[in-house]
Design a protein around this ligand. Structure first.
Ligand SMILES: [Ca+2]
Length: 465
């Protein structure tokens, strides 16, 4: 009898915020191929990462555990490749497994990908042109634009796979990570338009803890390498900030457009080969990003733009087309969900929960209504973001800036004042006014602090407050 278990095509990019996707209502670009996945399935509006940077988010996804458990807390920590991951379990259960593209969990023998029949990954961040990649342990140069190369090798693997077995393919783009280098085809896209500035572009960082004001993620922190053009002379401070934003956001969107085209090539392959019906197709990014929001680029903070991950998924056999979900769902929940669909038992050590019922439109009564977040890389060079943790519910967000290195690699000795923030997300969705000290919110502070304590205890993390 043939194996009817679903294939899994897990498409992930790097630093792509959902507010630069048309299926999420982007005001600044179109992503027609990503939209195909959303139109044919479900869009998650409250999918969050538990630590908004590359290496940690990828470790959470693979291992199904939080970073204080899997050890990949910062960009300088790597993941021990003996750790149990969902691809290992799928492979053991008869799936063919592959990863092509970004890995970012280390390239030494003890960190290289394990659990894959085929792997071909970039070392570290990788380059945008003519990338060096490590294919099954062997370093080679692959001529071309990296987004195209990753897609070419993804398609090559799909064509040669054993069609008698289901597959789990991790098609992981480097784009649109800094330094946002476009390909020739999209180099002049948006040349004749101005991209609108976001609502919080001129945030003055008042009415909050000091962390936002101290971060070096402003338009003025973009380097000559990011801007790729010399700054016109004679611009006022405000005009230069706007000029920098246009340079930044246009290259970011050009890189996204090249990626969207390439995702279209892979979706076409599935369509042409009759695979779309029996394949769970996912598009997500390892975290969100500031697209000029709060005057920033980059991520790291627990604020909405970098906390939120885009997450769209299609699987016509089970998921209603054109649907959306607002339940809280986390990157730590991905692995249990993949295992659930493959009919593999989820190990007790995994900390997430399968969201398959949500995909069927049946949210369990005891589904999570809060989430735990922790950014460990205190005062990192060059972004200078204060270490913090917190809890988000559907209505509020409590953040504690503990401001210490805790001995973490990549964190810098620069102790800070310990500060709290509380945001009322219903009244202040842009998170501009902390109400932590407002007596009207004393009960909310008490409840959320108790919820933070509960989550830290349940997940096994050490409180600092
Ligand atoms: Ca990233």
């Amino acid at each position: 009898m043939s194996d009817t278990r679903p294939n899994i095509l897990f498409i992930m990019s790097d630093d792509h915020a959902s507010h630069a996707m048309s299926c999420y209502g982007s005001r600044i670009n179109e992503t027609p191929n990503m939209d195909r996945i959303a139109a044919n399935g479900m869009r998650f509006d409250n999918c969050f990462c538990t630590n908004s940077i590359c290496t940690p988010s990828r470790a959470v996804i693979l291992a199904g555990t939080y970073n204080h458990i899997n050890g990949a807390t910062t960009l300088q920590t790597k993941m021990d490749n003996r750790i149990l991951t969902y691809p290992k379990l799928l492979r053991k259960a008869g799936y063919q497994t592959a990863i092509v593209g970004k890995w970012h969990l280390g390239t030494k023998p003890e960190h290289q990908p394990t659990g894959f029949d085929y792997w071909n990954v970039l070392p570290g961040q990788g380059l945008y042109h003519d990338p060096k990649m490590i294919e099954m342990g062997e370093e080679k140069i692959f001529p071309g634009y990296t987004t195209d190369v990753i897609t070419d090798y993804t398609l090559k693997w799909l064509r040669q796979r054993d069609t008698s077995k289901p597959f789990c393919l991790m098609y992981h783009h480097k784009a649109p990570h800094r330094p946002w280098t476009p390909d020739d085809k999209h180099a002049t896209m948006y040349d004749d338009v101005d991209i609108p500035e976001p609502e919080t572009f001129d945030d003055d960082y008042a009415n909050r803890a000091s962390a936002a004001r101290l971060a070096s993620m402003r338009m003025s922190d973009l380097t000559p390498g990011d801007l790729k053009q010399s700054i016109p002379e004679g611009l006022s401070e405000g005009k230069e900030k706007s000029w920098r934003y246009q340079r930044y956001i246009k290259d970011y969107l050009r890189v996204v457009a090249a990626m969207d085209d390439n995702i279209g090539r892979v979706l076409d392959y599935l369509d042409e080969n009759g695979l779309t019906e029996n394949t769970i197709i996912i598009y997500t990014s390892d975290q969100g990003f500031y697209l000029g929001d709060h005057g920033w680029f980059d991520k790291r903070f627990m604020y909405e733009e970098s906390l939120r991950m885009p997450f769209i998924i299609s699987y016509p056999k089970e998921i209603q087309v054109g649907s959306a979900n607002k339940d809280i769902m986390l990157n730590v929940d991905f692995a249990p969900t993949f295992l659930d669909y493959a009919g593999v038992d989820v190990p007790d050590t995994f900390q997430g929960r399968s969201f398959r019922p949500l995909l069927n439109g049946k949210t369990p009564d005891d589904w999570q209504t809060s989430m735990y977040y922790r950014y460990w890389m205190h005062a990192d060079d060059p972004h200078n973001v204060c270490a913090h943790y917190g809890v988000r519910t559907l209505e509020h967000k409590l953040i504690y800036y503990y401001g210490e290195t805790c001995g973490q690699k990549g964190a810098n000795e620069d102790p800070r004042e310990k500060e709290w923030e509380l945001f009322d997300l219903r009244k202040d969705p842009c998170e501009l006014f902390s109400v932590y000290d407002d007596p009207a919110y004393a009960d909310v502070v008490r409840e959320l602090t108790a919820e933070l304590d509960r989550l830290q205890e349940k997940l096994g993390d050490e409180p600092m407050h």
